[in-house]
Design a protein around this ligand. Structure first.
Ligand code: NIG
Ligand code: FE
Length: 431
């Protein structure tokens, strides 16, 4: 064994799905996932070297110091990228799930002080150690589903101290855990109680007091805003995002989730990397996103949990938008980190093909995080992040409903999850 050397040879894969590319795929390109039958990958010091047929492995390849995996009968794909989560939070909200089943809406619960406000109270009260522990457990569960890169947002602090605490927890988890974390500042997730009816003042507070601390300490790569009727308006969102871009952050938006407010259009106007949710995005917004190259990150777990109509993925692909998929893991609108559920919803409810689903979970997910040059596909030079399935085809991902078909997860050439090992690293616990 070459334990944690980052040196690995995977050979004889029934199907090697490369998803080859260094930029988001749009339109019909999304169905092109680059399948190599009887494929092999060589990873050296954590980076991909050779990708191709097993018969084409370099003659006389010195295997000393390499782990060798015989992937006969198994499909191999790039590690999954989950580009939209809120995975660092305190507490849970199971009572709200029951209230929504009785007919209360998500926004009604939020407006009467529950929803995001409830998780803000619990996250403010949680110690750093508690947030680290639950965050680590959630990352372990993600690894078991084949996720090797995840985005995580602040937004359950809504004050300087707790926003920074959430971002610092993610920074610490990033250095101590195999899953790579891309951090997003979402201070504009809700108007906190002490700024009630003073949303403009709260935006100013974020710009004047929190953003400089976030950027000065390099605690986030993206800025996001919950641009929604009754939360932050288009003008408030534009003001914050413009200041964030000037301070060097890349942009994301929670856009057109509950009503068609024009979030997709704003994302295009500002050159955001992604716009997310988009359940009610207009035709004009979809066209503008396609023209501006904004990745449409769709979160069908949220539509499922809130019993809302799904985003119009087919119309987006027809208009040549790049579509990515994400879990939106959070304790309210989508309490799931399940990639199998996501794949089933994407195919059966939004009409993506299995191939488009794979692209949306890999290369386009990476593009939604501005990481398409380094992860999201099996290409020489990229990080050696991949998943090995228990079955011979990627088609089993959506087909085996609700069940993870990931046998092994590889991060930078190291096996970090292995279902076949007695001492599988998944430790369980609340996730
Ligand atoms: O993406 N919509 C806003 N934010 C999250 C939900 C957060 C929560 O309910 O705690 C979302 O759906
Ligand atoms: Fe979200």
């Amino acid at each position: 064994m070459a334990e944690l050397s980052g040196n690995l040879i995977v050979e004889n894969a029934a199907e090697l799905v490369t998803c080859s590319g260094t930029a988001a795929k749009t339109g019909t390109q999304m169905a092109d996932i680059g399948i190599i039958p009887d494929g092999a990958v060589v990873i050296e010091a954590g980076r991909i070297g050779y990708v191709g047929p097993t018969s084409g492995l370099p003659v006389g390849l010195d295997r000393t110091g390499f782990d060798i995996i015989d992937a006969s009968g198994k499909a191999v794909l790039p590690g999954f990228v989950d580009p939209h989560t809120h995975f660092v939070f305190g507490g849970y909200r199971p009572e709200e799930f029951a209230w929504r089943l009785r007919g209360d809406t998500y926004m009604e619960i939020m407006q009467r002080g529950g929803g995001i406000h409830s998780t803000v109270a619990a996250t403010r009260a949680a110690s750093r150690e508690e947030l680290l522990a639950v965050g680590r457990n959630r990352l372990e569960a993600m690894l078991s589903f084949g996720v090797t890169t995840v985005e995580g947002k602040s937004g359950y602090g809504l004050d300087l101290e707790t926003e920074i605490k959430q971002l610092e927890v993610m920074a610490e988890l990033n250095t101590g855990h195999p899953v790579d974390i891309v951090t997003t500042f979402l201070g504009a997730h809700a108007v906190p109680a002490d700024y009630k009816n003073r949303g403009d003042r709260y935006i100013d507070f974020l710009i004047d007091a929190v953003l400089p601390e976030v950027t000065g300490r390099n605690l986030a790569e993206f800025c996001d805003v919950f641009c929604e009727q009754g939360v932050f308006s288009i003008d408030q969102s534009r003001k914050l995002l413009t200041a964030a871009a000037e301070a060097g952050l890349k942009l994301k938006l929670h856009a057109d989730e509950i009503v068609p407010l024009g979030g997709a259009e704003l994302a295009a106007e500002l050159g955001a990397v992604s716009a997310d949710h988009l359940l009610h995005a207009s035709d004009a917004g979809i066209a503008a996103m396609a023209t501006a190259g904004v990745v449409a990150t769709l979160l069908p777990g949220t539509a499922f949990s809130l019993k809302e109509p799904y985003a119009r993925a087919r119309a987006m692909i027809a208009k040549k938008c790049a579509v990515a998929l994400a879990t939106d893991l959070n304790p309210g609108s989508s309490f799931t980190l399940s990639i199998p559920l996501l794949a089933s919803l994407a195919t059966l409810q939004m009409g993506l093909s299995p191939e488009e689903t794979v692209t949306a979970l890999t290369l386009n997910g990476a593009a939604a995080l501005d990481r398409a040059a380094t992860v999201g596909s099996l290409d020489p030079g990229k990080l050696g992040d991949l998943v090995i399935l228990e079955y011979p085809s990627y088609r089993f991902i959506p087909y085996h409903t609700g069940v993870s078909v990931v046998e092994k997860t590889i991060k930078s050439g190291n096996i970090v999850f292995d279902k076949t090992r007695y001492e599988a690293p998944y430790v369980g616990g609340p996730a």
